[in-house]
Design a protein around this ligand. Structure first.
Ligand code: GAL
Length: 681
């Protein structure tokens, strides 16, 4: 069953919470939805207490009525299971199913996500409400897709979790001797003599056992995946509609996106942009490129974004006029088949009452609702982009929706490894490293996929590995093979230092990649916070340096002499900062420090030139975004000017937004965008 097609066009709409409103408001909702061009509503997301007000007693009347009303108005429904918010009756009856924090505090209900994923009572109740919904609506023609749960991400501790953790460890290690060896429990007298002695790593006296902590993160991710899979299995028995769950893309990670994407029929992300202008556009591109990459050829959907302000703690981030249009078009350029929001109508009370919505508190006569309506019209003109079936497993056409030639390594284990306590610097963040590299590429006008290094790399010309501390043997071998066959790799400092057990690979740091890089890293020289060092190309570096011995590689840039601040810099003076090794038909570049923006752009520009990778349109970069999207036999060139000055490029095709044809030189003013259907190549 297809989630979108030529009839639906690009999906447009958002989270819709009719249970929070009286039915006369529903009538007004439909009027405004029609006015804005909304064709999709995600319903039921946190509605558990409205659907099942008492254990086993379901109230479907309101849901029946709203689904019929939406259907009668040609608005498709993405039906959610409400399992992210167990109702008070449930928590009261099953206190063990409330989450326990790292500090050992059992939370109470009163917010949302107050569930313990290891609690059998929670799992049973979640499957129960999912089954009840699937029985009632599984074959309803309004149901376009299933949205299971909301942003899986709750980590819990406590006895139930300890027991599940032990079962997971038993399956992983088989016996205690192996576990003791892998966890290196001889250090600080942690040797386990019985499985019952093993606990999840809650708050303890000093540094915890690194591999125990990493395994707990892997376990917690698998536990959430098991919750998701249980609901998938339940719903799938009763419904053919495609199944998804929405990923949040913040700077924390509680599950492995690749695994969750594999389990889904299509990928959905929630993306809350963190800035305006070109910076915000770079952030949007990061989220969209991740979604498309995680989907690995399946379709993907922007499930949530904000129409205006996002309440982030005490901080309110507002969108500038036009931003929601530009960011939404970016998502479509990068493969999204739908643009949805959190949420439709602004509530006058409740926890997120200052979060922006498609229909603001001030009503329809507002800048925001006018822009939402404008967006609906814009997306309505893009229907041909989803004319091909985008159902689960649509195959090659979907896989090739964009065709970047650059990939950035992305790996959950590597993220978690970088969070290990007791590393030589507290400054590691895999997310930040990957984001920085992606941002630098975006400002150079280049799009990228994200990959796991053991995925197929041969369709790329450049693979970037931003401080991936931990790699498996298979990943290291895959990258080596890629380079050998003519690929160009750039590897950032401390990558490949640990094996999959979080053990340091002997013989020098970055041991998994050292041969390929042609270096031996003998000593780590992390810099103090705020310390900078001068490089011999006149640029600066920070965070990190190393004593590198060249073993075949050339030094492209070295640390310069002189010391204003910090002992580290004096030690690094004269040492290589960037090296390059020729390997087979390709090259392996190593960046042993945190380069400043111009240094990062320079090293990327150099490697892109070696690989003959260019932007999708001349002059793109520095805020002029150019992305080619493929649909059917056609290609579409999206051009969006996020900068504050007019920009020129060259392109040929017919703008599907305005109907205007262009051939050759084209000028875009600030905020302008076109989507050109290009002539057949
Ligand atoms: C998302 C969540 C929504 C809403 C939104 C606010 O993470 O799924 O329910 O809370 O954030 O930005």
């Amino acid at each position: 069953m297809s989630v979108t097609d030529a009839n639906t066009g690009i999906l447009f709409g958002g989270d819709y919470n009719p249970e929070q409103w009286s039915e006369d408001v529903w009538v007004d909702d439909i009027r405004l939805m029609k006015q804005a061009g909304v064709n999709t509503a995600s319903v039921g997301i946190f509605a558990w207490s409205s659907i099942e007000p008492e254990e086993g007693r379901y109230e479907f009347g309101w849901l029946d009525r709203i689904i019929e009303l939406l259907h009668a108005n040609d608005i498709g429904v993405i039906l959610a299971t409400p399992t992210a918010s167990p109702p008070p009756w449930f928590s009261k009856a099953h206190p063990e199913a409330l989450p326990t924090t790292h500090d050992g505090i059992r939370l109470v209900h009163g917010s949302r996500d107050t569930y313990n994923p290891a609690a059998p009572a929670y799992r049973t109740a979640a499957a129960g409400v999912a089954r009840a919904l699937a029985e009632r609506y599984g074959t309803h023609p309004a149901i376009r897709a299933w949205h299971l749960h909301n942003e899986y991400g709750t980590v819990s501790y406590g006895e139930l979790v300890d027991a599940e953790f032990r079962t997971w460890l038993l399956a992983r290690y088989g016996d205690l001797a192996t576990l003791n060896r892998v966890w290196h429990t001889a250090f600080w007298s942690q040797g386990y003599a019985a499985w019952e002695e093993i606990l999840a790593p809650q708050q303890t006296q000093y540094l915890p056992n690194p591999t125990q902590v990493l395994d707990f993160k892997r376990f917690s991710a698998d536990l959430l995946l098991a919750c998701y899979q249980e609901q998938i299995d339940t719903v799938r028995e009763l419904s053919d509609a495609p199944i998804t769950t929405n990923f949040i893309l913040p700077p924390w990670l509680h599950f492995d996106h690749w695994d969750f994407a594999d389990a889904s029929d299509f990928v959905s992300i929630d993306h809350y942009v963190d800035a305006a202008g070109a910076e915000g556009a770079a952030h949007t591109a990061f989220g969209a490129d991740q979604a498309r990459s995680f989907a690995r050829g399946k379709p993907w959907l922007l499930m949530e974004q904000a129409a205006n302000t996002t309440q982030v703690g005490k901080r309110i981030l507002a969108k500038v006029p036009g931003q929601v249009l530009a960011n939404s078009v970016q998502h479509v350029a990068r493969g999204a088949f739908g643009i949805l929001f959190f949420q439709w109508r602004a509530p006058y009370s409740g926890a997120e009452f200052f979060h922006s919505t498609m229909v603001p508190h001030a009503g329809e006569d507002t800048r925001v609702f006018r822009e939402v309506t404008q967006l609906g019209a814009l997306l309505g003109r893009m229907g041909e982009l989803v004319a091909e079936p985008s159902a689960a497993g649509a195959g090659a056409a979907a896989a090739a929706v964009n065709r970047p030639r650059v990939a950035i390594a992305w790996d959950a284990d590597a993220w978690w490894a970088a969070e290990t306590a007791g590393l030589p610097s507290d400054g590691f963040s895999f997310h930040r490293s990957a984001r920085r590299v992606h941002r630098a590429l975006w400002f150079l006008g280049i799009s990228a996929d994200f990959v796991k290094l053991d995925h197929e790399l041969s369709r790329y010309d450049v693979v970037l590995v931003p401080s991936q501390l931990m790699v498996t043997d298979a990943q290291a071998e895959s990258l080596r093979r890629f380079v050998w066959h003519g690929g160009h790799a750039v590897v950032w400092y401390f990558s490949g230092t640990f094996d999959a057990d979080l053990h340091i690979i002997p013989g020098g740091y970055s041991g998994a990649f050292a041969d390929m890089l042609g270096v031996r890293i003998e000593e780590l020289l992390p810099m103090a916070p705020g310390e900078t060092a001068l490089l011999d190309d006149g640029r600066t570096a920070s965070e990190w340096s190393e004593r590198i011995e060249l073993r075949g590689a050339d030094a492209l840039v070295r640390f310069a002499d002189g010391g204003q601040n910090g002992e580290t810099r004096a030690q690094a003076a004269g040492l290589p900062a960037i090296t390059r090794n020729a390997v087979g038909d390709g090259s392996a570049t190593y960046v042993s420090t945190e380069l400043d923006d111009s240094g990062l752009a320079a090293v990327l520009t150099d490697v892109l030139a070696m690989a003959h990778v260019e932007p999708d349109a001349p002059g793109a970069g520095d805020g002029l975004e150019a992305v080619r999207r493929y649909a059917g036999d056609d290609s579409y060139l999206f051009l969006v000017n996020h900068s504050d000055r007019p920009r020129e490029t060259e392109a040929t095709g017919t703008d599907i937004l305005s109907g205007t044809s262009y051939a050759g030189r084209l000028t875009l003013g600030p905020g302008d965008m076109v989507v050109l259907r290009e002539p057949a190549r």
